[in-house]
Design a protein around this ligand. Structure first.
Ligand SMILES: Cc1ncc(C[n+]2csc(CCOP(=O)(O)OP(=O)(O)O)c2C)c(N)n1
Ligand SMILES: [Mg+2]
Length: 286
């Protein structure tokens, strides 16, 4: 990929981060940490990898995106708005009673949402069903699912992981947002799932490890999948919770964030500064 294309994607990710902060400003609080750890991945999928059309979100041939860790939904709302699925003004309804952007995603309310998620441990099973259904229909669309590392201990995941290998679902790509934190502490202290990659491999999956906040690595891994025609792929994305906000990165307290005005201002300033830097790089390179 050319440098300018990479910078454009990084810019979309930063604008999407700004959309997250805009939603939190409107709703006064939200699951910020996990949204910002996976947002580079969600951006790469919607802007470079997936076969989708924002103006035809129900196209039967579209690739599917399932956000199993539904509490990270501000990442998806932010990217959908950035990609043109809906007007950015709707972001300001976050936190209100009749919003199409509830605290966990609702497929009946918002174009682009494929499944209602939020009760952890269901998205992978739903994705296995979608991948099997697409194969039955002789449809070559793919299913991308993002799970959290704290979500992985849910037993239903491991039934889905076994089934995906059994049915050789090479049209299924699971991306694990491995930010090493969950709601109340370090994932390894609450329910250690390391080595995550080896566990997936032992169930019969292909596994790739990447830096999940590095756009070049994300794109390379996603372009390289499927690695083989008879296995599903797991991308273990090593990420930083609350990535992009210096005062919040890697801190468990920012899983769910109710900012005061000064933190909110700082968040906007830091993201806007990184947008300016990326825009200058784009001007210099073109
Ligand atoms: C079945 C179920 N149990 C508990 C919760 C409460 N909960 C919401 S987020 C979360 C932590 C999930 O951790 P992880 O998957 O690592 O996501 P991250 O915190 O990194 O965004 C928990 C336990 C839930 N949503 N669903
Ligand atoms: Mg986590």
């Amino acid at each position: 990929m050319k440098d300018t294309e990479l910078v454009r994607l990084q810019l979309h990710a930063q604008h999407s981060r700004k959309n997250v902060i805009q939603m939190i400003k409107a709703g006064k609080s939200g699951h910020m940490g996990g949204a910002l750890s996976c947002i580079d991945i969600v951006t790469a999928l919607y802007f470079n990898i997936m076969k989708i059309d924002p103006h035809n979100p129900k196209d039967p041939n579209r690739d599917r995106f399932v956000l199993s860790a539904g509490h990270k939904c501000m990442a998806q709302y932010a990217v959908l708005a950035q990609r043109g699925y809906f007007n950015k003004a709707i972001l300001d309804t976050y936190g209100s009673l009749d919003t199409p952007l509830p605290g966990h995603p609702n497929m009946h309310e918002l174009p682009g949402i494929e499944a209602n998620t939020g009760a952890l441990g269901h998205g992978l099973s739903i994705s296995v069903g979608m991948a099997l259904g697409l194969r039955l229909d002789k449809n070559d669309a793919r299913v991308f699912v993002v799970t959290g590392d704290g979500e992985l201990p849910e037993g239903s995941n491991w039934e889905a992981i076994a089934a995906a290998a059994q049915y050789k679902l090479s049209n299924l790509i699971a991306i694990i947002d491995n930010n090493e934190l969950q709601i109340s502490g370090k994932t390894k202290d609450i329910m250690n799932m390391d080595p995550i990659g080896k566990r997936f491999e032992s169930f019969g999956w292909n596994v790739i490890d990447i830096d999940g906040n590095d756009m070049a690595e994300i794109i390379k891994a996603l372009v390289d999948t499927p690695i083989s025609e008879d296995k599903p792929t797991a991308i273990i994305a090593h990420t930083v919770k609350a990535k992009g906000l210096s005062f919040a990165e890697k801190k468990v307290a920012y899983h769910y964030w109710t900012p005061d005005q000064s933190e909110l201002n700082q968040a906007f300033e830091e993201i806007e500064e990184s947008i300016r830097i990326l825009q200058r790089r784009l001007q210099n390179e073109s």
